[in-house]
Design a protein around this ligand. Structure first.
Ligand SMILES: Cc1ncc(COP(=O)(O)O)c(C=O)c1O
Length: 400
């Protein structure tokens, strides 16, 4: 599929020892990312933290260029954060909320965003309204449009929900938001690094993401895109010397770019690593990455469906890299633990992540296997060969 798989796997040394199918949790970082992070820490060790930051300022600056290219924005529209949740909360709480304002969001909104919305309902008197899904399980654009009124002050949507292989119709949602002139906040945490993203095509005003997932960056990194149009109207809820200058005894001036949302203190190593991860993804090529992960995930779904007692829960098209499944009569957490013991990493799509879903089937937790381009068909074969053993009651497993 146009990828130099051998080289990509060589860059990912753990591939040789491990079947890592937890890329929706945190991907294995490629070697250049780890080297960049460790290199910066070593420099800090040898010349001092501030001095090392100064010496490598150009590397940090490159990160803004790479992230801007990754999402199709201007570098002035990018702020780096410590997580996607931090980016989302910073953006959300910087909007000027008033009692009676409405937020439209989807049923598959990420758990932390949902908690923040519920908190906003209590704190600001904001009304949170859930847009129903369409028959394919994606957010219904028609329903969204019908729910608009002048009180709607934000459309907040998750691109790829963390609990299953569904992709929301973000471009169509953007068209609705543009027509209504309502700010549009897109959580792209699970899509960045696995799908091509273009904020101009999507039409979102705010986009949030973390570094460690499909982007393969270091843990403790994330970023926020804020359109220059909205930026002018948005003063950060938290402001310090990272985002503003103290200009006189009674005055301060907010930065003109999206870095107004940043805190002064940060992990330089993390930011440099995030930039390298973004450059790496761009070099591999997002269209090729999407083709491969969709192909691998489809193959995995087919193979899992062929196993007795296994149900695949993904809904909606187009599909993506996340596969959620369960084994009849078995606790998903126990299945995941047993797979880990076999050096197969998966995670859980927990019930906590789907409290706004109506169907009881989705309230139970499922096993989440998320593929990346460096995974192989042999990885899928291993999972499917080992799964029946791991899903067997522990007494029969012990006698194997
Ligand atoms: C869709 C989605 N949004 C947001 C987040 C939160 O990301 P972070 O842990 O970097 O704050 C996650 C994490 O799993 C996620 O899946």
């Amino acid at each position: 599929v146009g990828l130099d798989l051998e080289r990509l796997r060589e860059d990912t040394p753990a591939c040789a020892r491990l079947t890592h199918l937890n890329n929706a949790g945190a991907s294995l970082p490629p070697r250049p990312v780890t080297e960049a992070v460790v290199g910066q820490l070593r420099l800090e060790e040898s010349i001092g933290g501030y001095e090392a930051a100064e010496a490598r300022q150009d590397r940090v600056e490159r990160c803004y260029d790479a992230l801007a290219r990754l999402v199709g924005s201007d570098r002035r529209e990018i702020a780096m954060t410590e997580s996607a949740t931090q980016a989302w909360n910073t953006a959300f709480h910087s909007l000027p909320w008033a009692p009676g304002d409405r937020v439209l969001t989807g049923r598959s909104e990420y758990v932390s965003n949902a908690i923040a919305l519920l908190q906003a309902a209590r704190r600001y008197g904001v009304q949170v309204d859930l847009v129903p899904d369409d028959s394919s399980g994606r957010l219904s654009v028609e329903a969204l449009e019908a729910m608009l009124d002048p009180r709607v002050k934000l459309i907040a949507v998750t691109h790829v929900p963390s609990q299953g292989g569904q992709v929301n119709p973000v471009v169509e949602i953007g068209a609705v938001a543009r027509r209504a002139e309502v700010p549009y906040l897109l959580d792209a945490c699970q899509s960045v690094g696995q799908l091509p993203l273009d904020v101009r095509e999507i039409g979102c005003d705010l986009l949030t993401a973390s570094g460690r997932k499909f982007l393969r960056g270091p843990r403790g990194t994330g970023f926020l895109y804020c359109s220059s149009r909205l930026l002018e109207r948005l003063e950060p809820v938290f402001l310090g010397v990272g985002g503003a200058a103290w200009t006189g005894p009674d005055s301060y001036r907010v930065r003109g770019d999206a870095r107004r949302f940043e805190s002064w203190e940060h992990s330089c190593a993390g930011r440099i690593g995030l930039g390298v991860a973004a450059e790496y993804a761009l070099e591999v090529g997002l269209p090729a990455i999407r083709r491969r992960v969709v192909w691998l995930a489809d193959l995995l779904r087919q193979r899992l469906r062929a196993l007795p007692g296994v149900s695949v829960h993904d809904r909606g098209a187009p599909p993506c890299a996340i596969v959620a499944f369960s084994v009849r009569g078995r606790d998903s957490a126990e299945v995941a633990r047993a797979l880990r013991a076999e050096r197969i990493n998966v995670s859980l799509a927990g019930a906590q992540a789907a409290r706004w879903h109506a169907a009881p089937r989705e309230q139970a937790s499922a096993v989440r296997a998320s593929v990346h381009y460096y995974n192989t068909v042999a990885d899928l074969d291993r999972l499917c060969a080992v799964l029946p053993v791991c899903a067997a009651p522990s007494s029969s497993r012990a006698s194997r």
